[in-house]
Design a protein around this ligand. Sequence first.
Ligand code: XMP
Length: 323
Amino acid sequence: TWTTHNVVDEQVALIKEQVGDKRAICGLSGGVDSAVAAALVARAVGDQLTCVYVDHGLMRKGETEQVEKDFVAATGVKLKVVDAEERFLTALKGVSDPEEKRKIIGREFIRVFEQAQAEIIADEGPAVEFLVQGTLYPDVVESGGGTGTANIKSHHNVGGLPEDLEFQLVEPLRKLFKDEVRMVGQELGLPEEIVQRQPFPGPGLGIRIVGEVTKERLDLLREADAIAREELTAAGLDREIWQCPVVLLADVRSVGVQGDGRTYGHPVVLRPVSSEDAMTADWSRLPYEVLAKISTRITNEVREVNRVVLDVTSKPPGTIEWE
Ligand code: XMP
């Protein structure tokens, strides 16, 4: 019979067999898949696993701390955090085009991750042979079912590394659907915020600022987003909503009156959607009281935002994200 307990036991045994006394690396994104995959491997081989978390500075409020503190506390995993905020912000300077942003973030991410990998290999010696990935069953089906190896091109050649390093993949979630992954995460004692996390794009808040991405803009979007999430959670709407991007229209200003004066601030957009698989989506009919609370709090607590607007577009024609 299928129980999360059995899945954990079975996967732990398989991972032990596959990895043996070798070493493994796992990249954490803050999301549920990589967290559960890493937790399973950590349970199986302990500190033969090193996790890498690239902090690109585009995460939401509290998410990096969740990985650094709560995830580590729950799993005892060995974690290397790379603070790369400066690097990402520098690379994104002056860029407004969404696809350009994605390309830059993706490219920098791979560079930083590979650099971290190279450093770990330099520390741990040549026994690092495994790369852990949170591949789910739907990903397996979509990509034709193949399993295999990852080729790491090492253009940073640290400490006499071979030019091309080949990793075996460890993919302990290959048979699982998302809801099952969440249950396994729960069984492994991972923090609720990670286990129940709604989808969040890899490029993070970088694609939720319409306009150039700057530290100031990120900070104010983080505040507005945190308020929206807090109120949606307080209203018990987390399960009902697929995700709720909060988007900063950084290049738009409108006139407002806040406190004792006229302001010329930015609008944020609330984009709550319901969906089964993100391919299509409908805008969520949120209770007016919840919307009112979010709007009042954001405009009171985030000085630069003087207007909150609601996106009532389904997908299609609108995508879930604004960029
Ligand atoms: P759209 O905006 O295309 O989003 O309706 C569909 C789903 O994909 C997420 N998304 C991304 N995820 N990298 C990601 O990892 C991306 O560049 C990206 N763009 C969109 C989005 O949050 C939604 O869940």
